[in-house]
Design a protein. Structure first.
Length: 197
C-alpha cells in the first residue's frame, strides 16, 4: 500500500484538519514501488491529470487534453516509480488520489543530492483549500527523509503559479525563453525554481 507521512499524529495534519472541520482532509502518502502499476491508482491519476489540464492547469498538456498522450506520459512515469528510480507522492481523500507529484531522479551520481518535482497537481474541486500546501509539505518531508539538499521545479510563465511556490521558500533561479510552445506563435517562458532543504 502507501506509506503515510502526513498522518493524524503529525502537527501539520492537525492544523490542516482544524481548518476545514466537517470535511475529510487529504492525507499525504508515498506510493510504494510495488503499488505504482495498480490499475485503480492509474485510473485515478489519469482522470485527475485530464481534469486538471482541461480546467487550465499547466501540467504538460493543453486543453482539451489528449487522453492517450496523457496516459502514455503517466505510464512512463509510473514505470520509473515501479522500477524504484523515481518517487510518487499523492494526496488521498476518501480512498481516492486527489493530488500527485513525482520526485524525479536526475540519473547521474553528480546529481544525487537533489531531485526534480514534476507534474504537481491537485484535483480542481479541492484547489484553494490547502491541498497544494499539504502536497508540497509532504514532498519536502519525503525529500528530507531521502537526505536531499534541494528540489527543483519548473513552471509555465504567465500562470502566476510561481507565487504559490515562493510562499514555501522556492526562488526563481532562471528563465528559459520560449521553452513551451502551446500552439504555433504562442510560446511561453519556463521558469526554473529551487528549494533548499
Amino acid at each position: 500500500m502507501t506509506s503515510v507521512l502526513g498522518s493524524p499524529g503529525c502537527k501539520h495534519w492537525r492544523r490542516a484538519r482544524s481548518a476545514h472541520v466537517g470535511r475529510p482532509q487529504p492525507v499525504y502518502a508515498v506510493v510504494e514501488a510495488s503499488d505504482a502499476r495498480r490499475p485503480e491508482l492509474r485510473r485515478q491519476l489519469l482522470e485527475m491529470w485530464v481534469d486538471v489540464t482541461n480546467s487550465g492547469g499547466a501540467v504538460g498538456f493543453t486543453a482539451p487534453a489528449d487522453v492517450s498522450a496523457v496516459a502514455s506520459t503517466l505510464d512512463a512515469a509510473l514505470d520509473r516509480v515501479a522500477a524504484g528510480t523515481d518517487l510518487l507522492g499523492i494526496l488521498r481523500q476518501n480512498g481516492s488520489a486527489v493530488g500527485m507529484a513525482f520526485l524525479v531522479d536526475g540519473g547521474s551520481a553528480l546529481r544525487r543530492h537533489w531531485r526534480t518535482i514534476l507534474r504537481l497537481m491537485v484535483r480542481p474541486e479541492i484547489q484553494g483549500r490547502g491541498a497544494g500546501r499539504l502536497l508540497i509539505e509532504g514532498l519536502h518531508r519525503t525529500a528530507a527523509g531521502l537526505g536531499l539538499e534541494q528540489l527543483m521545479l519548473t513552471t509555465r510563465d504567465g500562470t502566476g503559479v510561481e507565487a504559490f511556490y515562493e510562499r514555501f521558500g522556492y526562488i526563481i533561479v532562471g528563465r528559459h525563453p520560449r521553452a513551451i510552445r502551446l500552439a504555433p506563435g504562442d510560446d511561453r517562458d519556463e521558469l526554473i525554481l529551487i528549494f533548499r532543504l
